[in-house]
Design a protein. Sequence first.
Length: 256
Amino acid sequence: MISALDIIKVIGFHARLSNKLIFFLMLTSLLSGCYGTKYLESNQRLLMDQKIKGAAKTKLEDLESNFTQKTARRLSLTTRLYQWGEKSYNPEKYSRKITKIENRYNERIAETKKTKKINKLREKKLSKTRKFKDKIQFGNTLMQWGKPLAIYDQNLTEKTVSNIHKKLNSEGYFNNVVTYEERLKKKKAYVSYLVEPKNPYMIDSVNYIVPDPTIKRLVMKDKLINTDQRYRQNDLTRERERIRTLLANKGYYAFS
């Protein structure tokens, strides 16, 4: 039978749990109310927005996939974790630990003549140094748990311009022009990519040079490339793969 004392304990437990939950929700709410500009260096800005103008003429829907930067979101707990971790991040310390471990195991390996034991020592050395190498590459534990601020990088913006230009070329817009405009306001940056696709190149003629009439009939039956369709690099790749698979399935392995 449940006593009054047991009931009081349960109520007290839920009250403490509720208080912790309320505190967590309040903390999350406070953190999400800003973007973290106070954590920036004097020469840094957050990328608040990036968009493409003029792409509607191309009817391409995935140009945004060529963005090389992520836009800022309201400061979250994961971003704070990254900032806390970054303050204590010391790659030189991890490098010293790696050197110390490697020296210790290299000495033990040099003293050993048994191949089996040498291999085990090498495996242990790799295992013990791996976590420190990961911290050098990916940051300490808090940095790996968190997410960095979306700091604006003009070099990455120019890389995005190049990516969009190449994408349009692959879709037949060989005369495209891609530029960008950046609006810098205090600690924030806004980028617009201006796309002038120009007229696409259309396929004027298609020639399949296949000396063997039997093979040519197979190739031409369900061809993917036709005249008066827009040039697409992906279509050419798919057509090459179609022909290769078709002929291989028919037993024609030695062809080019």
